[in-house]
Design a protein around this ligand. Structure first.
Ligand code: APR
Ligand code: PHB
Length: 394
């Protein structure tokens, strides 16, 4: 007989979506149990992005998990767009009425959330195996999994599928229910983490004939840099000196100097845009990467996951306090309005800043004209700024 447990909301996945949801529900007095197949250490060391929108920062502070972020995060009020060897600053503060972004690594956010869950008696089960979800088209959905070799069955009122793009929740929804929208990009990003003081005070997005490049950072000692590469590029063909050489060439601008340092970590990621509709079926609700993927150019993945679970937590709270199902029934519709706007922005940044293998000279000139327009028109710069700092939360 499996070990049986009971909770109000069963959450699959302890990434940003799952942990933010679990803590938001706790603050609403709603029980939840999170099951995660990786170890806590793995989740807290997994290098991912690190740009937090104003709305995400405000929510983490509201939830009481923002203290270290406030202390260690780097607040920026602009980015630089660099093309044709020159840099152009987009002033978020001036164009959005004072909004900015915070550079604070995703895995640091997860550490803070795990500490908050542990400090408030939260149940996050790491290193579970064989997770599966059942009966979510009925009144008593179940999550089955193995923990320490023991079969377990968690009965809940609702299941939140926060298990990322490669998780089991989305594929568990019967075929024919979901519609998938996808766009693969014909390039990837080679990313490095380097022990080098960031060579710029703010992020630098660069368009270059040899391909896109991005200068980002983690701390005053640690830089994070990316290069556009082939989607199936072999990392072994990129020794450290070749990476630095290519970064020097692509980021070159007006006597600006790139400071090198020891490369601590490097890897290649593919790029796609993906959305599934609807984001719910019965009592199973998808949030974050399990429902949508954005290319990293707009730094939106984590922020979109947080926006989803903020809507889900409110809807679950409404249901538990009043029995009202309307916000729950409109969860998918509510999320997708913002998801598609953020998809548009991420696609636009990607299209404006990357070299496409099949592009013709007309496209090259059009890209440069777009960059020239965005950096010389207040209206166009404002569009970029308001999307980058984060569109209003629904
Ligand atoms: N069972 C249990 N846990 C699972 C399973 C499974 N079958 N499959 C995946 N998981 C876990 C993963 O190990 C991961 O910790 O679900 C979690 C999903 O987390 P993320 O992939 O981080 O997705 P999400 O929480 O939606 O956050 C999206 O994360 O990956 C970044 O760029 C992405 O910034 C975006 C953000
Ligand atoms: C990062 O710091 O990892 C980062 C920043 C901006 C992006 C993507 C990634 O657009």
């Amino acid at each position: 007989m499996p070990i049986s447990l009971r909770t109000q909301v069963g959450i699959v996945g302890a990434g940003p979506a799952g942990l933010v949801l679990s803590h938001l529900l706790y603050l609403h007095g709603i029980d939840s149990i999170v099951v995660e197949n990786r170890s806590r250490q793995y989740v807290e060391e997994r290098v991912r992005a690190g740009v937090l929108e104003q709305g995400t920062v405000d929510l983490l502070v509201e939830m009481g998990v923002g203290e270290r972020m406030k202390r260690e995060g780097l607040v920026h009020y602009g980015i630089e767009l660099r093309f044709a060897g020159h840099g152009h600053r987009i002033d978020f503060q001036e164009l959005t009425g004072g909004k900015g972004i915070t550079i604070y690594a995703q895995h640091e956010v997860l550490k803070d959330l795990n500490n908050a869950r542990a400090a408030t008696g939260g149940q996050v089960f790491f290193e579970v195996e064989d997770v599966s979800v059942h009966d979510f088209d009925g009144a008593r959905p179940k999550i089955r999994y193995k923990k320490d070799g023991n079969a377990c069955e968690l009965t809940c009122d609702f299941i939140a599928g926060c298990d990322g793009f490669h998780g089991i929740c989305r594929p568990s929804i019967p075929s024919g229910v979901l519609t998938e929208y996808e766009r693969q990009y014909p390039f990837g990003w080679l990313g490095i983490l380097a022990e080098a003081p960031p060579s710029s005070a703010e992020l630098v997005y660069t368009h270059h004939d040899r391909g896109f490049a991005l200068l980002s950072m983690r701390t005053p000692q640690i830089s994070r840099l990316y290069l556009q590469c082939d989607p199936d590029e072999d990392i072994d063909r990129w020794p450290d000196e070749r990476i630095w050489q290519e970064l020097h060439v692509r980021l070159a601008s007006d006597g600006w100097k790139l400071t090198e340092g020891q490369i601590l970590q490097k890897g290649i990621t593919g790029m796609r845009s993906f959305v599934v509709e609807p984001m719910q079926y019965g009592r199973l609700f998808l949030a974050g990467d399990s429902a949508h993927i954005v290319p990293p150019t707009g730094a939106k993945g984590l922020n979109l996951a947080v926006a989803d679970v903020r809507i889900l937590a409110r809807a679950l709270n409404q249901y538990h306090t009043t029995g009202g199902r309307d916000p729950l029934d409109r969860y998918s519709e509510t999320c997708l309005r913002r998801v598609w706007k953020v998809q548009r922005f991420s696609w636009w940044m990607t299209s404006m800043l990357h070299r496409f293998p099949d592009e013709n000279p007309f496209d090259q000139r059009r890209q440069l004209a777009e960059l020239d327009y965005v950096t010389s028109s207040r209206a166009a710069a404002t569009t970029l700024a308001e999307n980058y700092v984060g569109l209003p939360m629904e």
